[in-house]
Design a protein around this ligand. Structure first.
Ligand code: FES
Length: 119
């Protein structure tokens, strides 16, 4: 079997509701990852593209977060309704979904305006 063309990492980290950073999967059910798996299977891509559960990707304030490698394209506030568009536009046609992409100045940036400040 050939190597995977892409990996999609979907944060499935769950935190208690009182945590100030929030989390990407408040239900802990991993529904977003399952939706990616389902959509990849529908397009016959499950042997070429892997939808992996990920722990916290440290961009919590923008969650639910997804990152696609090898391109390193980050998506934030992703819902199940966005999955088909990401798969069709980005994974199949190579065009990232710009409306869902995190701004470069937000990724791994402690001064990001969205990041919860320590008390
Ligand atoms: S909980 Fe998902 S990025 Fe931190």
């Amino acid at each position: 079997m050939p190597a995977f063309d892409r990996h999609i990492f979907i944060c499935t980290n769950k935190r208690p509701p009182e945590n100030p950073r929030g989390c990407c999967d408040a239900t802990g059910l991993g529904q977003l990852q399952l939706e990616f798996k389902k959509k990849l299977a529908q397009f016959g891509l499950k042997n070429r593209v892997r939808a992996n559960k990920a722990g916290c990707l440290d961009q919590c304030e923008h969650g639910p977060n997804v990152v696609v490698y090898p391109e390193g394209v980050w998506y934030g506030n992703v819902t199940a309704e966005d999955v088909a568009e990401i798969v069709e536009s980005h994974i199949i046609n190579g065009v990232p979904v710009s409306r869902l992409q995190l701004k470069p100045e937000c990724i791994n940036t402690p001064s990001c305006e969205h990041r919860t400040k320590p008390e």
